[in-house]
Write a protein that binds this ligand. Structure first.
Ligand SMILES: Cc1cc2nc3c(=O)[nH]c(=O)nc-3n(C[C@H](O)[C@H](O)[C@H](O)COP(=O)(O)OP(=O)(O)OC[C@H]3O[C@@H](n4cnc5c(N)ncnc54)[C@H](O)[C@@H]3O)c2cc1C
Length: 430
């Protein structure tokens, strides 16, 4: 139910963010016919796990970023708006959000904040302008344009220039870094038929640190076999045009030639998480994530919930299942299917990461783990299942056949590339 009083609109529930957490909460509220206003800084629901496939031309961007308004079009109580939330008065329960038509104010009965996280550069914000990141659809298109450019220029260049152009450094050997490094090698070998150099730099002592043990070792060996140079216990200390300087834990420094640097190390919650922390007195961790209460409420405010990547609770992973389960949990409290104050409990269904074609790792629990083609096929099936929309799933399967059975890259047919006018972290909504 909505009404407007003294220029401030009033509604029962406001959801901020159209990512995994926001969408899951919206769908759950719709089950009980609860009206809500969903405000998002971006018009799409972005399927971030497949951003690396857009960047490397496997998928067109439209497949992984359908408009949120279209997804929720059949939900009667859904009111979807494009806007960036820029202020909150937590005592008056009023949000201010910027729209193309100017600022708007809205009073909520309950607020669900799901604004995600941005890239962290560990105090070296200047790295943002010198590297490519993978957080938004624009990021993926920019990296794709860079990849196309270097391969196109390399095809006409002398040997020395070609080697310079085709040198990539990927920082961070979490799932995204591993996927990008593995996919770059595959792209060069199977699509462009070129030799490239890819170096994967990781500060921890293992590839895919959360997996650990035999799975991390499998991933490292698999990357190395594909020609990726893996540097563990190594930190990036400087980045300048064409060169990345790294230092090992033992203090040995070296320079690596790199025309393209992809940054996939660390996350930070800023933007609305910071505003909420200031407005509610909620503590944050070192990455700026809100230390929410067990029921996902924020500070002493029973009407404000925060979920997903902008929060930290019980060490649950900053991944889409956490955001979705938290979204459904708080929606269940709001629609009175669960008593107020019910603590959120995460159901760990396992983790998986792709290394390259036919190579992946899957960990269901400490005992059940598998690798190789079965893990790779499982990864594809799970991601297909969660991809929103029948058409997108259908096109994704066709694109995967073209890219993984054949050698084509349907994503490169897309021509629209955003201009790189701002540092990646400024382009991020949060
Ligand atoms: C490259 C990459 C690969 C990943 N791979 C995996 C994977 O394989 N498996 C996995 O489980 N997880 C993966 N993740 C993590 C997963 O995508 C996140 O955990 C998940 O997206 C978190 O959901 P969320 O709702 O908290 O935030 P997000 O999905 O990031 O959504 C945030 C939303 O908030 C909006 N927003 C931000 N600020 C504002 C504001 N001020 N006002 C209004 N709207 C705002 C944004 O526009 C966006 O719609 C990956 C992430 C990345 C970046």
């Amino acid at each position: 139910m909505q009404h407007v009083d003294a220029g401030i609109e009033t509604t029962d529930v406001v959801i901020v963010g159209s990512g995994f957490g926001g969408l899951a909460a919206a769908k759950q509220l719709s089950k009980s016919g609860v009206d809500y206003v969903l405000i998002s800084a971006t018009p799409e629901h972005l399927f971030q796990p497949l951003l690396y496939q857009v960047a490397t031309g496997v998928l067109p961007s439209t497949d992984i970023a359908p408009p949120i308004a279209q997804i929720l079009r059949r939900h009667k109580g859904a009111d979807v708006r494009l806007g960036k939330v820029v202020d909150i008065d937590a005592d008056a329960a009023v949000l201010t959000y910027e729209t193309e038509q100017g600022p708007r104010k809205i009073r909520y009965g309950s607020l669900i904040a799901a604004t995600g996280a941005t890239q962290s550069y560990f105090g070296r914000d200047d790295f943002a302008e010198k590297t490519f990141s993978l957080k938004t659809i624009e990021d993926a298109k920019l990296l794709r344009a860079q990849i196309e450019r270097v391969f196109a220029e390399a095809a006409k260049a002398d040997r020395e220039t070609r080697e310079r152009l085709l040198s990539f450094v990927v920082v961070g050997a979490g799932p995204t870094g591993v996927e990008v490094a593995g996919q770059l090698k595959e792209l060069a070998k199977r699509h462009y038929h070129q030799e490239i150099s890819v170096t994967l730099v990781e500060g921890a002592g293992a590839v895919l640190p959360p997996f650990g043990g035999s799975l991390s070792e499998y991933a490292r060996k698999s990357l190395t076999r594909n020609g990726v140079e893996v540097l563990l216990d190594t930190f990036v200390t400087d980045i300048e045009p064409g060169k990345v300087t790294v230092k090992t834990k033992d203090g040995v420094e070296r320079g690596i030639g790199a025309e393209t640097v992809v940054w996939s190390a660390g996350v930070a919650a800023g933007g609305f998480a910071k505003l909420l922390a200031e407005a509610t007195g909620c503590e944050t961790d070192r990455a700026g994530r809100l230390l929410i209460n067990p029921d996902c409420t924020v500070g002493g405010h029973a009407d404000i919930y925060a979920i997903g990547d902008m929060t930290s609770l019980n060490g649950y992973p900053g991944q889409s299942p956490t955001a979705m389960q938290e979204g459904r949990h708080v929606a269940d409290i709001i629609r009175r299917k669960k008593p107020a104050g019910t603590p959120f409990v995460y159901w760990d269904k396992g983790s998986m990461a792709v290394i390259s074609r036919f190579s992946a790792v899957t960990k269901l629990n400490d005992r059940i783990k598998f690798t190789g083609t079965i893990a790779w096929a499982t990864w594809l099936a799970v991601h297909l299942f969660y991809l929103v929309g029948f058409r997108n799933r259908f096109v994704a399967v066709l694109s995967w056949l073209v890219a993984f059975v054949g050698t084509g890259r349907p994503g490169f047919d897309e021509t629209d590339t955003p201009a790189r006018t701002e540092a990646p972290r400024d382009r991020q909504a949060a």
